[in-house]
Design a protein around this ligand. Structure first.
Ligand SMILES: [Zn+2]
Ligand SMILES: [Zn+2]
Length: 731
């Protein structure tokens, strides 16, 4: 690595700030000078803002009026690879660079002076009076050979009150010192723990280790059926990365999964890694951000935004459950963390491992085409095999209205309970009922701000809009015709299913798992542990249960509505249904007992349902790939969604029509434009939404053409335009 560029005091520097400006600003380097990439505080009008030294100043502004940067911040400078990453990510997603920098500086107090705290270590001499308590303090400090502790830590270790320690400080026997509050994370030991791997797993681990050892970029698709031990295998890649002294990042799709995962990391490496997600306190966020930059955090476990931390030397990124839709950020900067992980790794010679039992079609195609290395773990742990899968044809089941558990499914559950095993009833719908209808006038209760129905949540005793989160109490009378007592639920949600199960199996112990029923990740974790230890006979759950929990007694999965995901026009509907059904089914029979999955369906001959039942994954992916290739849609063509929104529907459509009439930049690259059309949910939070879709050839320079196209228009008033490259969902 060459020496970073240095700008002596007074020299012109260009500074990128997080302010919504379309250019860099010139400043004079502050006292003491700055390095390229340094974080600085600069004056902007009457304010002070944080920025990064991005290069030499342009000097196209009166030099005598150019202000000086106030100071360089006490944090590690941003590396060259990170600056290139932000620039490339901005270009790819058509996001202004300042918005990317904001993503990369989401930690509080970066410009604060380093905050200090008091620590205590062994001083000199002996106390004037020896008591048991004082002796315990001295022993605790001696035991750790000169290490320093906070007052709280020391008091707890010695089992004394704070005043005992303060007394010793007065006499100089214990020394009080000031130390920076943000400290390095505990060292992880790659040789600490580690399960004995099967031959299959060891072979996979060896491939991943070799990748890390190469010190070069490479992406591996690690496919492993549920229970094949893919976590153990990729943790070996993390171990190798730690041995090489480089940093590793593990991305997880759900915060709910982090607690369980951290326990596994601790068992493997002897200490907890740094965490980065919305559940982490502000103080911990700042510590993690700083330590990642200084090399004081070897491993980060986090949500998608952890990709934008200022790693000093990132050597490995694991994207667990890489097909999960939550990797796509659908608000603000629209990016897909899986794709950005690959970009970031390519820029810093790091390895990427995309892990999944049911990969996305994009990753499957990249592996088929040889762009990614392919690694398969086939055997499951222990004797268990993938569950047998069968359809229950709902057209021939005898089921009264407003009931959803078929007689066939009921008999299967009965049999499991009789044997002391567990059954899971799965429905991918939160709340009590998806629709509330008035039996007097037919009115469906909708959200006041969105074109979406309100969903009854009986547990909360409220109606909830799943689009905008608005809630209101269940009305007594119909909001439309005013008749009282006629509002009725239509269709099942997880809460209503639980009610039905209660009447069918009054003596069985039930557990309901739905993301909105738990106040905290801890409460959820406790419930999951209780279920795993046999604390329930019947589990009723949403998508939450499809992910990564191990229930050894679970041998039956009943999918209440296997057709649910197949409705709608989403490009990925089939793919998602296939992934979800396989994942849910994989919950059954993870230990020694054989599992069975029963899918209730009204269309057992549907090709997607048939390939799920046949377990023919390769056949399914091939068929999906063929369909998409013919339609020229991702991953075989390129797509972008344009969402226009505003308070006035005619203004939004006017802009949409103007865009559709002036498509020269897109025609020049052979792209096609569809729309404007109302978005599938045409109103969200009171804003009307109109969508255009752009389709282009795989090799077409889409971003440049899009930028030119939308750049023709100035947005007036409250109109907004968002470009979504590679859209994942079409709402
Ligand atoms: Zn009514
Ligand atoms: Zn709403």
């Amino acid at each position: 690595m060459s020496e970073p560029e240095f700008y002596p005091e007074g020299q012109l520097i260009a500074v990128l700030t997080t302010q919504p400006l379309d250019r860099m600003l010139d400043y004079k380097a502050p006292e003491g000078g700055v390095f390229l990439g340094a974080f600085v505080e600069v004056p902007l009008g009457p304010r002070k803002v944080v920025g990064v030294v991005w290069g030499p100043g342009k000097g196209d502004y009166d030099i005598s009026k150019t202000r000086a940067a106030n100071r360089a911040l006490d944090v590690a400078p941003m590396g060259a690879d990170m600056r290139v990453f932000l620039q490339r990510a901005a270009d790819y997603t058509l996001t202004p660079l300042h918005a990317m920098l904001r993503l990369a500086t989401r930690a509080p107090g970066l410009s604060d002076p380093p905050s200090m705290r008091k620590i205590y270590r062994l001083g000199e001499g002996q106390p004037d009076r020896k008591t048991d308590a004082r002796q315990r303090v001295l022993e605790a400090l001696q035991d750790y050979g000169g290490l320093a502790f906070t007052m709280g830590e020391l008091a707890e270790m010695a089992g004394v009150t704070n005043s005992v320690i303060k007394g010793l400080v007065k006499q100089g026997v214990v020394r009080e010192e000031a130390a920076p509050r943000d400290t390095a994370f505990a060292r992880l030991d790659p040789e600490y723990g580690g399960k004995t791997l099967t031959a299959d797993q060891e072979a996979g681990a060896a491939v991943l280790r070799a990748g890390v050892q190469s010190g070069r970029y490479g992406t591996t698709l690690l496919r492993g059926v549920t229970g094949s031990g893919k976590t153990e295998v990729y943790l070996e890649a993390v171990a190798e990365c730690l041995r090489k002294g480089r940093q590793a990042l593990v991305l997880l799709p759900e915060i709910a999964l982090t607690a369980e995962f951290l326990t596994r990391v601790e068992a493997r490496f002897g200490a907890k890694p740094a965490e980065w997600h919305s559940g982490v306190t502000m103080t911990e966020r700042r510590r993690t951000w700083k330590m990642v930059g200084q090399g004081g955090a070897q491993l980060v476990v986090g949500a998608r935004s952890a990709l934008f931390l200022p790693y000093q030397d990132l050597g490995l990124v694991i994207v667990d459950e890489e097909h999960d839709t939550s990797y796509k950020q659908e608000d603000g900067v629209l990016y897909n963390a899986r794709d950005m992980a690959v970009l970031r790794a390519a820029l810093c010679e790091a390895q990427v491992v995309l892990a999944s039992a049911t990969p996305s079609l994009e990753s499957w195609t990249n592996a088929e085409q040889g762009k990614y290395q392919k690694l398969e773990l086939t055997s499951r742990f222990g004797a268990a095999v993938l569950p047998e899968m069968r359809a229950i044809d709902m057209r021939v089941e005898d089921l009264p209205g407003s009931h959803w558990i078929s007689p066939t499914l009921k008999r299967a559950v009965d049999a499991r309970i009789a044997k002391g095993e567990q059954a899971l009833l799965f429905i991918n719908r939160r709340g009590y009922a998806p629709v509330t209808i008035c039996r007097a006038c037919g009115h469906q209760v909708g959200c006041d701000h969105c074109d979406a129905r309100m969903v009854e949540h009986r547990f909360l005793k409220r109606l909830v809009c799943h689009q905008c989160g608005e809630t209101k109490p269940m009305p007594e009378e119909c909001p439309s015709c005013g008749v009282e007592g006629k509002l009725a639920p239509v269709g099942p949600g997880v809460e209503r299913l639980a009610e039905e199960a209660q009447t069918l199996w009054p003596d069985a112990r039930q557990a309901v798992l739905s993301s909105d029923l738990f106040g905290s990740a801890r409460a959820l974790k406790e419930t999951i542990e209780a279920i795993a230890n046999g604390g329930a006979d019947i589990i009723i759950g949403t998508q939450l249960v499809a992910k990564g929990h191990n229930f050894p007694l679970l041998t039956l999965v009943g999918v209440i509505d296997a057709d649910l995901g197949l409705q709608g026009s989403d490009l990925r509907a089939a793919e998602r249904t296939f992934q979800l059904m396989r994942q849910v089914a994989g919950r059954a029979g993870r230990s020694e007992r054989a599992g069975l999955a029963l899918l209730q369906t009204f269309q057992p001959e549907h090709p997607v349902i048939r390939s799920i039942l046949a377990g023919d994954e390769t056949g399914f992916w091939r068929a999906q790939a063929d369909e998409r290739r013919q339609a020229m849609v991702p991953p075989f063509g390129r797509m972008a969604g344009i969402i226009l929104s505003g308070g006035d529907v005619s203004q939004v459509f006017d802009l949409g029509n103007a865009l559709a009439r002036n498509t020269q930049p897109l025609l020049a690259i052979g792209a096609e434009v569809y729309g404007p059309a109302p978005a599938p949910i045409a109103r969200v939070r009171g804003r009307h939404r109109v969508r255009l879709l752009v389709k282009a050839d795989k090799s077409a320079p889409l971003q440049a053409a899009l930028a030119q196209w939308v750049g023709q228009f100035r947005l007036k008033g409250d109109l907004r335009l968002a470009v979504d490259i590679d859209p994942q969902s079409f709402y």
